[in-house]
Design a protein around this ligand. Structure first.
Ligand SMILES: [Ca+2]
Ligand SMILES: [Ca+2]
Ligand SMILES: [Ca+2]
Length: 390
């Protein structure tokens, strides 16, 4: 006898529902008394399009299990039917951190098993027009209303807080703010930590795209302010962290989409940058590719894709963009750098990809490249070496 959304019988409590007010509270059934056994609840929060949802926990105490196998809550960046939206699973008495969704939908599910109950949880949510607390591997931030002109008197702060073994990289895709010397009117300011008292990484305005920024720790604060008149298109930037961002400099290596071979997260944009010593060229191939299919109307990889650029930025030549179960051909760089970019949309996640690369040196131009690694590589042992002769 398990309660489902909107259903109820004599053996269990009614819980869950759809919340569409700009703010509200959610708590486990019977809170602050003990929650019932054998209960499943599902809440869907939907706020106005163009805004996001900020969750703040006020109380949290669930039965503990190392893998949260007994009682748990799961928080989703979107609908709960799509595992790619899962932001985290929580149990025990350590409250989940604040979360901001990357769009206007968020879900929470609660589960209890047949034994041992605690007091449960209480969480508040509110609609945010801008700013928030971002904890995913990767995410996008943009000025309010982007790409429409941002509002006057905007005051937004994004606190990016990623796993504590990682740094954060911020890369701007578009940037156009009111310009003035000193950037005192409208600006984006970056701080190397959670507050404005941390080291100032830069203050930007005008139409020149800021450089990529890398923090020294796992937190980055982005502040956007506008004054009382004159706006602009605003900005859009991606942040990357952990397994969503790698700089590879070994002569050969492997990498894969986040969580591989489990499903990759929705709403991410990851960068793998292979940079070898001058004179090397890189051969890249994809043993596994399992992404969401092409858009059948446009026949393009509009939803999720893996793109490879012949250099170190997305302005370099695009060697190709793949999705579905397509097998990219083996790719060979023109010079010593390749960039692989994974982009995923808001729903439907698959297993992702695995990739391998091998660097080789062209000692005399026009002759076969000479491989530097002494160990017999996977490529050599599988007879793929011949493919590497340029
Ligand atoms: Ca229990
Ligand atoms: Ca202004
Ligand atoms: Ca997708």
């Amino acid at each position: 006898q398990i309660c489902e959304l909107g259903k109820c019988n004599n053996l269990c409590v009614k819980c869950g529902g759809i919340l569409s007010a700009p703010s509200g509270n959610i708590s486990s059934p019977n809170f602050p008394s003990l929650y019932p056994y054998n209960t499943d609840c599902s809440w869907l929060i939907v706020v106005a399009e163009g805004s996001s949802v900020l969750l703040t926990f006020h109380y949290f105490d669930l039965e503990y299990h190392a893998n949260c196998a007994y009682d748990y809550i799961k928080i989703y960046n979107g609908i709960s039917e799509d595992e790619g939206n899962l932001l985290g699973t929580f149990c025990g008495d350590i409250s989940p951190p604040q979360f901001t969704s990357s769009w206007n939908v968020m879900s929470i599910i609660f589960h209890s098993d047949r034994h041992v109950a605690y007091r449960g949880f209480s969480v508040g949510y509110r609609k945010d027009m801008c700013g928030g607390v971002l904890t995913g591997l990767s995410g996008v931030i943009s000025s309010p209303g982007y790409p429409q002109e941002y509002s006057n008197n905007a005051d937004c702060s994004w606190a990016i807080h990623v796993s504590n073994t990682s740094v954060v990289t911020l890369a701007f895709l578009d940037f156009q703010l009111e310009n003035n010397e000193g950037c005192n009117f409208d600006f984006v300011a970056l701080f190397d930590g959670p507050t404005v008292t941390h080291r100032h990484l830069g203050k930007y305005c005008g139409a020149d795209k800021p450089p990529n920024i890398v923090t020294t720790s796992n937190q980055l604060l982005v502040v956007f302010k506008s004054d009382f008149n004159i706006g602009g298109r605003g900005f859009k930037a991606y942040y990357y962290s952990g397994e969503c961002q790698q700089v590879l400099s070994a002569v050969s290596g492997n990498f894969s989409s986040p969580h591989f071979p489990s499903v990759y997260p929705n709403n991410i944009n990851c960068h793998w940058s292979i940079t070898l010593a001058a004179g090397y060229r890189i051969k890249l191939f994809f043993p596994v590719m399992d992404m969401e299919d092409r858009n059948s109307l446009s026949d393009e990889c509009d939803y999720d894709s893996v793109a490879v650029y012949d250099g170190d930025s997305q302005t370099d030549t695009l060697l190709g963009r793949w999705c579905g179960r397509e097998h990219p051909p083996s790719l060979i760089s023109k010079a010593n750098k390749l960039l692989v970019v994974l982009s995923t949309d808001r729903n439907e996640a698959h297993r992702g990809f695995s990739a391998s690369y091998l660097g080789g040196k062209c000692s005399v131009c026009g002759h076969p490249i000479q491989f530097q690694n002494k160990r017999k590589s996977h490529l050599q042992s599988t007879g793929m070496l011949n493919l590497l002769i340029l």
